[in-house]
Design a protein around this ligand. Structure first.
Ligand SMILES: Cc1cc2nc3c(=O)[nH]c(=O)nc-3n(C[C@H](O)[C@H](O)[C@H](O)COP(=O)(O)OP(=O)(O)OC[C@H]3O[C@@H](n4cnc5c(N)ncnc54)[C@H](O)[C@@H]3O)c2cc1C
Length: 221
């Protein structure tokens, strides 16, 4: 499920059809949307999938020489362009931080990038390091099956429900989808627990002063 709602996730020139999509989309629906977008604007013929850019080199006349190769291997092709836009992303490769004592941990150590289903964690004691969107999504999914679930975070954070006063939270603070000019008010958020306020018990362990949150106290979306 996307973290951002339907109306803030759309390209400005191709809004989602509210008759077809709910407030939040699944990743499969979003892929379908991207395909529809490409079809609508006839972009498919300009896109080469499964192809690696090997390098981009500036050449005479302010142009660029770009070398590409299909991911499966084969010939290296050389192309020239007037402009190059680098959009290689910063989230597609997982970055797993190292920390003291990590090598001593004998259990399974997994970056959220590789998580697929909660099944393998049934009956296990699981610790999440960090309180980002991936943590909250996966913790929600895993909570009913895990034996214990602990969230370890360096500092507190707000865990908001997806909806406040009948609208996606972010709709209150977005020109794209807000029917009201008002930003979300602190008193509207009383239902949203500050993470440190819903911890089951404080603890300290190999990750320093950390806090744990039992699976029973995870707020549901
Ligand atoms: C778990 C998770 C959930 C998220 N949820 C949301 C959400 O709900 N809403 C939201 O708005 N954002 C969300 N984001 C953030 C969003 O996915 C990114 O901000 C967005 O994808 C960035 O787009 P991008 O095009 O810059 O890079 P990317 O989507 O990372 O695309 C970069 C592409 O370039 C390719 N590439 C890299 N190097 C080369 C090369 N040498 N040759 C050819 N191709 C190359 C990569 O393979 C990749 O396909 C989420 C991110 C993650 C990780």
């Amino acid at each position: 499920m996307l973290n951002s709602c339907r109306d803030t996730s759309a390209f400005a020139d191709f809004p989602f059809d509210p008759a077809r999509h709910g407030d939040y989309l699944t990743h499969l629906q979003f892929v379908e949307y991207l395909r529809d977008y490409a079809d609508h604007f006839g972009l498919g013929k300009h896109i080469r999938l499964n192809t690696n850019v090997l390098d981009c080199v500036p050449i005479e006349g302010g142009r660029w020489r770009v070398r590409i190769q299909e991911a499966a291997g084969g010939e290296i092709e050389e192309l020239q362009f007037d402009a190059v836009l680098a959009a290689s992303g910063h989230l597609s490769k997982p970055l797993t931080p190292d920390f003291k004592g990590r090598g001593d941990f004998k259990g399974r150590f997994l970056h959220s990038h590789y998580y697929r289903t909660p099944g393998p964690f049934e009956g296990k004691r699981v610790a999440f390091i960090g309180l980002g969107s991936s943590c909250v999504d996966i913790a929600n999914e895993m909570a009913p099956q895990a034996k214990e679930l602990h969230v370890v975070t360096r500092r507190g954070g707000w865990v908001l429900p997806r909806f406040a006063l009948g609208k996606p939270c972010e709709a209150w603070d977005s020109r794209t989808c807000s029917q009201s000019q008002h930003s979300i008010q602190a008193d509207s958020l009383q239902a949203a627990p500050r993470f440190s306020g819903c911890l089951s018990r404080p603890t300290s362990g190999s990750w320093g002063n950390s806090s744990t949150w039992s699976s029973g106290s995870i707020p549901k979306n």
